[in-house]
Design a protein around this ligand. Structure first.
Ligand code: AMP
Ligand code: MN
Ligand code: MN
Ligand code: MN
Length: 273
């Protein structure tokens, strides 16, 4: 069975519609797919039985949270979409994203850029508004050549666009997921560039708050990285999750269903389902 439990669609910063994403997942042989857009579950609604075919779709999302001064992503899987508390929480995340977009635009103005907010709002349309939209606008006005350069210079960690003080604390966000019947997964632990001590502390806080799994595999990664994350996961007595973190077909290292295999010596998250 092939599980891909972390993917993005046009409901956030992915380039394929939920329907196109499901079609690509089926072609790649995925049996169980979670669409996990940033701070929204809106993409799931457009899917029908015919599109899904034999594929099992898990309702999910990737929530932005704050752990101290660090932005941390938590994937929520098997969420009850009709939970009104959960809907309220997501409305709050969307408000935080719009407020953050305003702050980022102001900070970039102070760096000498024109007001990018109107174009960013237009480009986002109905999708979750985020830094990738700023990156695209910075490319559009020829301030940078690529979106990667935009993150490196203006939007990434420690840069003006790195505004995370609007996110709810880690423990609160894990509470939203659990109260809506879902399972909380610590997304891509190595992407936060933490020291070993800090990473162990994050994993411990995550577990204390009710988190149940670590993403041991995120996209195509080295065996060395996988082994290290298996060790962390096993030592913390947490379950193991895996996913591509798919955004667009052009990113070949993160294509849907093409992530590295989850090793046999960890307990997969689907064992509890
Ligand atoms: P946001 O959700 O607004 O905080 O934006 C973060 C998203 O930007 C990530 O989920 C990635 O999809 C995308 N991104 C693209 N390049 C980078 C980068 N160099 N650093 C961080 N995020 C990036
Ligand atoms: Mn993203
Ligand atoms: Mn993420
Ligand atoms: Mn993601």
């Amino acid at each position: 069975m092939l599980f891909d439990l972390h993917t993005h669609s046009t409901a956030s910063d992915g380039s394929l519609s939920p329907t196109e994403l499901v079609q690509r997942a089926r072609l790649a042989g995925v049996d169980v797919l979670a669409i996990t857009d940033h701070d929204t579950v809106a993409g799931i609604a457009e899917l029908d039985k015919e599109t899904l075919g034999s594929l099992t779709l898990l309702p999910g999302l990737e929530l932005s949270t704050q752990w101290g001064s660090i932005g941390v992503h938590i994937v929520g899987l098997n969420i009850q979409l009709d939970s009104s508390e959960f809907k309220d929480a997501l409305a709050g995340q969307q408000r935080a994203r719009y407020q953050r977009a305003g702050i980022i635009a102001e900070k970039l103005k102070k760096k000498g850029f024109p007001d990018l907010l109107p174009a960013v709002i237009k480009a986002a349309g109905r999708a979750t508004i985020g830094r990738p939209h700023f990156a695209q606008q910075l490319v559009a006005i020829d301030a940078v050549k690529t979106t990667d350069e935009a993150f490196r210079k203006y939007l990434g960690a420690g840069k003006p666009g790195d505004v995370k003080q609007l996110w709810s604390p880690l423990a609160e966000v894990i509470g939203w997921i659990r109260n809506a019947g879902g399972t909380a997964v610590l997304a891509h632990p190595d992407k936060y560039h933490l020291t070993r001590t800090k990473l162990l502390s994050l994993i411990s806080d995550f577990k204390d708050a009710g988190g149940e799994a670590i993403e041991v595999v995120s996209g195509q990664q080295t065996t060395h990285k996988t082994r290290d994350l298996v060790t962390l996961c096993t030592q913390a007595k947490l379950l193991a999750s895996c996913g591509s973190d798919f955004h667009q077909p052009e990113q070949r290292w993160a294509d849907v269903g093409k992530h590295s295999a989850l090793p046999d010596d960890c307990t997969p998250i689907w064992d509890i389902w």
